[in-house]
Design a binder for this molecule. Sequence first.
Ligand SMILES: Nc1ncnc2c1ncn2[C@@H]1O[C@H](COP(=O)(O)OP(=O)(O)OP(=O)(O)O)[C@@H](O)[C@H]1O
Ligand SMILES: [Zn+2]
Length: 510
Amino acid sequence: MKKNVHILILSISIFVNIFFAYIFLSNTKTNSNFNFSIIFTIAVIAISYLLLKNRFSELMPVNYNNTVELKEDPNSRKTNITFKDVAGLDEVIDELKVIIDFMTNTEKYNKMGAKIPKGILFYGPPGTGKTLLATALAGETNSTFISASGSEFVEKYVGVGASRIRALFAKAKKSAPSIIFIDEIDAVGTKRNTDNNSEKDQTLNQLLVEMDGFNSNEGIIVIGATNRLDMLDEALLRPGRFDRTIHIGNPNMKARLEILKVHTRNKPLDESVSLSELARKTHGMTGAHLATMCNEAAILAVMRNKNKIGKEEFDEALERVIAGLKKKYPSVLEKERTIAAYHEAGHALIGKILNVNTVEKISIVPRGQTLGYVLNFPKDDSFLLTKTELKNKIIMLLGGRAAEEIIFNEISTGAENDLKEATKIAYQMVCNYGMSELGNRVFDIHMLKSTEIIDKEVNKIINNCYVSAKKILMENKHKITLIAERLLAKEIITKEELESLLEEENKLCV
Ligand SMILES: Nc1ncnc2c1ncn2[C@@H]1O[C@H](COP(=O)(O)OP(=O)(O)OP(=O)(O)O)[C@@H](O)[C@H]1O
Ligand SMILES: [Zn+2]
């Protein structure tokens, strides 16, 4: 209520109070008047008291009054962060542009009867910019950014998770256009139990109900973020809910350079600082690490009374971040990176020499559990594979381990998936395709009393293929080194780069 109205009411009630007190004192002789005066006086005093109480409580400091609602909710705000603040995620940003167009030109889509996704799910390692990207999307579309964390529904608000979800959506509708961002959505979104009764499941059910309940043209987009896509309940990923999933991975060297540029944008840098050199040295780091590193370097420069941040500060800041990382993932940065480079070079070189698949890209940018990978596709959609083609596949799969053995005289656990795949193909050759010395027949492994004869044939195939892999790589040892060194310097080699690298080498050898 407005302050002036309050004062007016108070004055009137005091005046009426005095007036009736006067009537009461002058009319005590008649009983009915007496009773009326008493009741009325008490009522007026009570009303005055309540009004006064409210007035005082408004004047009290906020923390004495625990029913006061925060006027400015820090979790719901307009933001001026835009895509200019997000670096190295150009492909993701391109994908999000259609959402921006929808939120800013809703009519155009409505006319065509086009439905835009209600929910987008960002998944990938921590610190890669998922929250930042969601905030920037709100900034670009001038939407209200409403954020919540999945864990707060089940930890902080035990028993009220479902109603918090309802409130979240109600707030979003009231302040549309808006973006609801639910970080750590896995805390509420993991697969449900069959009894559906737990606090988490009730919260998840409410989230599903709310997502079904709003219309995509109401100007609300829900963005979820998780590091564990595999743990989510499928119901969340159904059309009309989080039907777009976007992977946000660790940045490669080019992306790291862009991120460094963003985080040094308003920092005075000394000429000695080379951002590309820093991008090269920060392999395995996320955007969050890079942001921390730039900030640490700036703090060091202030402490040293410098007016510009120099190379020394960056080197020291880098060491601090790496020291933190090393504690978390011992030796991921140098030793494993080198092993990964030679391992992937082994796969790629054999793929190229035996013409197995088209090698599209070789990378040692860590992804999930793997430290590197060779992206390769079959040359055509062939339905049939020959025995030689299957064997060549196995040789290529074993090329990673063979390269490790040749170069380091030691093997690592990095070949686990390769071995699984190679063994699977070898079993199929023996049991399904009749491609072993056991003849042109199939075997149902579950019907056999002993798998000894099968295992023997499988071992023979694998061992022969491993010998072939080592032979090929030994004959081309300098090429493995060439590819691995390029990988260590650039992290990613494209199909074209691999071709010209090997061509140059061939010319030199002629
Ligand atoms: N691509 C990027 N461009 C610029 N800055 C980035 C980028 N990625 C991360 N950062 C910096 O790191 C900070 C933390 O990133 P953010 O919180 O968005 O990561 P996240 O993926 O949401 O992590 P989490 O999974 O831990 O919530 C950002 O505020 C920003 O300073
Ligand atoms: Zn491998």
